[in-house]
Design a protein around this ligand. Sequence first.
Ligand code: SF4
Length: 468
Amino acid sequence: MPSKNQKPKTMRLTDTHCHLELEDYASDLEEVIDRAVLGGVERMISPGIDLASSRRAVEIARKYPSVFAAVGVHPISADTACEKTIPRLRDLCAAGGKVVAVGEVGLDYYRRYASEKNQKKLFNEFIEFSIEMDLPLILHNRAASEDFHDMLKRTGQGVIRGVVHCFSGDEKLLEEVLAMGFFISFAGNITFKKAGPLRELIRRVPLDKLLLETDSPYLAPEPARGRRNEPANVRYLLDTYAEIYEHTPSDIARITTHNADVLFKLGLGDTGKIAYEIRDSVYLNITNRCTNECTFCTREVSNYVKGHNLKSDREPEADEIILEMGDISRYREIVFCGFGEPTMRLDTVKKVADHVKREGGRVRIVTNGTGDIINGRNISGELKGLVDVVSVSLNAPDAETYDRICQPAFGKDAYQGILKFIKECREQGIEVEVTCLDIIGEEGLAACRRIANDLGAFFRLRHLNEVG
Ligand code: SF4
């Protein structure tokens, strides 16, 4: 039975490529959109494949709040474009009709429905158009990888952004477009039994560059394979991605929805989270204040961690945090770890941890280890019985290095204070884990490992920008 304060968790999905503008949906478009929204697909992007379908995509986007449009001409229709095509697409963008991208555009040498010469000319014009409109590109490439990459590089290097949709290139192209900052999406064929090689390729895409798409009405995933595809089916891709990335389907949903918002600016506008799930644990973001200014701190790069917005200018009380966590039996552990130093709010940590322990949960606190200095006393006795594991971010083998890379408010006293705190926690019988980022070289890491061992703590190596 769920506890009375369990909050329902819903997945927020974004289908970044579904051709709602095509005839295939003429008779039941409304039901298709309703099914998607009911299934958690909050945003859909409908990319045009020629002038008429771009017009239709904009019309649909204006009518349905959850639908956005992209305007473009698919390479297989390149022979139909004329000098009036781009001015007309420009008018569509200017009409304030929720146009969030230029697409679907690119090159297709597989089917050869349009001449190579016309395809290249049009693709070049669209790259320039996207720069002029300051809109991302939704890109199609089939059997044209070399020209595709050359043209992106020659015309758009450093100024264009976008997604290579339904990626079908090889490892080389993947590395090249990732290096140019492009997002990547794959369609329902990743769920097919014989998709082994494609899945190997997916592994090379960093999670923060992955988008979800159905490419509806084409490429329906298992178990809808063989039927008309639709945006609601985007959920069927989650299990495959979850397996590849070793995250949960809901992690994949949240991260890809955030990525879509970063690229297309879909206005999801979420606020700073207090309790946030990653895999099978819940993390608590109880303050954005910290006594350090670490040179590698994630919050300096983005407000987001694994799709969760952690930027907050308010500090929740214990009752609110407990309510946000909901039923703790769902989690392997409860972790105090956000965009700040939790021991700056020691009383709140103690109240929440007390609740968790009473409910039979496991508590870990991720700290910079200066809790004694912050609170002006030895706090290890206060953590005993409330916190199962103290995870101390040491990150340096000596005070000088620590001072340089972590920039503590307490200056050189901080490092000795941290070592003392670790020792005290161990004396209280609390498990301590010392973590170090892989930014201090082999020698530095070996020294940190020795320090941890000498203090009776575990050692864990962490990778830069990998949180949770
Ligand atoms: S201790 Fe953690 S939260 Fe504070 S600045 Fe360093 S990395 Fe950021």
